[in-house]
Design a protein around this ligand. Structure first.
Ligand SMILES: C[S@@+](CC[C@H](N)C(=O)[O-])C[C@H]1O[C@@H](n2cnc3c(N)ncnc32)[C@H](O)[C@@H]1O
Ligand code: SF4
Ligand code: SF4
Length: 349
């Protein structure tokens, strides 16, 4: 799955802590005032020391990009995000940091921008609406604070993208948010169709105030939006199937294998990707091959030794041939992923 002769791209969860309580996030107990689900969240984080140990100068030179995202937390909530960002960008690593943007101060964000722009790194700010709607999904975040932070960051010349998940309650604000993102100097506006309505077109949750609310499926799709003058409009269009770029095995085109892109959790566990990490299926798969979790923790072994070891070396490929991993079939066989429409805002130089 992973090879040492190609540059690595890592997807890293810096922490499982978060200030927000997005109802559809796996960390959120959505019927319990959107509090963290304590069976999944342990308040752990990776430190600058972890990066100094594994991302040596030599290893940074072989690392093309690190995506700071994750499954259970927000990178901004990691105590040493700024120090880690400075350390990696000083060594030439490009970053992509995904956040709700509601923590820290404009001064902190200026320092972040200075570090990020060294390597052309990008910030994905997830803002699903405007002042009156963003907090309906990004529960416990503050729109005005996000705007102040974004302005301070963008002013440094670093790249920022506005990512917008479409719901019924924010679909009428897409054009306005697009225009605002342009005016503020964002480099890209990305619309996202969520696939998390698998249980039906309504998703019930309880706000921290005790108010019962519902998320509803929108009746527009990201792919429908096109630029029109200074704004964007929805036009009638067919959803295009995502073309497969790699042949794959048994119809499974593993994204991690294709891009040499392993996942590391805030516990230090190395996994094949963010979809399988920590799942019952992953645990059963490891156990079937007699592999214990401690072997895959960067606190116990060198990172590259883990990546080139089993189950990544051959067990995954054999499992795809036998079609024994449902997650792999769903995510990389049937391509059941959130769909995105990326609208570039800045003209290329
Ligand atoms: C757990 S978050 C971690 C990063 C960061 N906390 C954030 O929200 O950007 C991982 C990703 O899930 C996305 N996400 C959250 N709720 C979603 C939903 N309902 N549908 C699709 N993606 C969602 C986030 O926007 C983010 O890109
Ligand atoms: S901001 Fe990200 S990690 Fe935090 S609750 Fe929302 S989706 Fe989950
Ligand atoms: S779901 Fe399976 S096939 Fe897809 S990226 Fe993850 S490990 Fe690879």
């Amino acid at each position: 799955m992973f090879t040492a002769d190609r540059p690595y791209i890592f997807h890293i969860e810096l922490t499982d802590k978060c200030n927000a309580g997005c109802p559809m996030c796996p960390r959120t107990d959505h019927m319990n005032f959107c509090k963290p689900d304590r069976t999944k969240v342990f308040n752990v984080e990776l430190t600058l020391e972890d990066f100094r140990t594994h991302f040596t100068d030599g290893f940074c030179a072989r690392t093309e990009e690190i995506v700071f995202g994750g499954a259970y937390g927000d990178p901004l909530a990691a105590s040493e995000l700024l120090e880690i960002t400075e350390y990696l960008t000083e060594r030439g690593v490009r970053l992509a940091t995904s956040t709700n943007g509601s923590l820290r101060t404009p001064d902190w964000w200026r320092r972040m921008g200075e570090a990020m722009k060294r390597t052309g790194s990008r910030l994905e700010l997830h803002i699903d609406g405007l002042a009156d709607t963003n907090h309906l999904y990004r529960v416990n975040t503050f729109f005005e604070k996000i705007m102040k932070n974004a302005r301070a960051y963008i002013k440094t010349g670093a790249r920022a993208e506005w990512h917008f998940i479409i719901f019924k309650h924010n679909q009428h604000q897409i054009d306005e948010a697009y225009r605002l993102s342009r005016e503020m100097g964002f480099a890209q506006f990305t619309l996202i169709d969520t696939i998390r309505f698998s249980g039906g077109p309504r998703f019930e949750y309880v706000m921290p105030t005790g108010e019962h609310r519902y998320l509803d499926l929108p009746n527009v799709k990201a792919a429908q939006f096109q630029k029109s003058g200074d704004g964007i409009v929805a036009v009638d269009s067919q959803d295009e199937a995502m073309p497969s770029q790699h042949p794959g095995i048994n119809g499974i085109d593993c994204k991690s294998a294709a891009f040499n892109r392993p996942y590391i959790s805030a516990h230090g566990q190395v996994s094949a990707c963010c979809w399988v990490t920590g799942s019952d299926e992953e645990q059963t798969f490891f156990a079937t091959h007699g592999l214990g979790p401690d072997r895959y923790n960067i606190r116990n072994r060198p990172l590259e030794e883990i990546l080139l070891d089993e189950p990544f070396a051959s067990h995954y490929a054999k499992a795809w041939s036998k079609d024994s991993l449902a997650t792999c079939r769903h995510k990389c066989g049937k391509m059941l992923r959130n769909k995105r429409n990326r609208l570039e805002l800045a003209e290329p130089a």
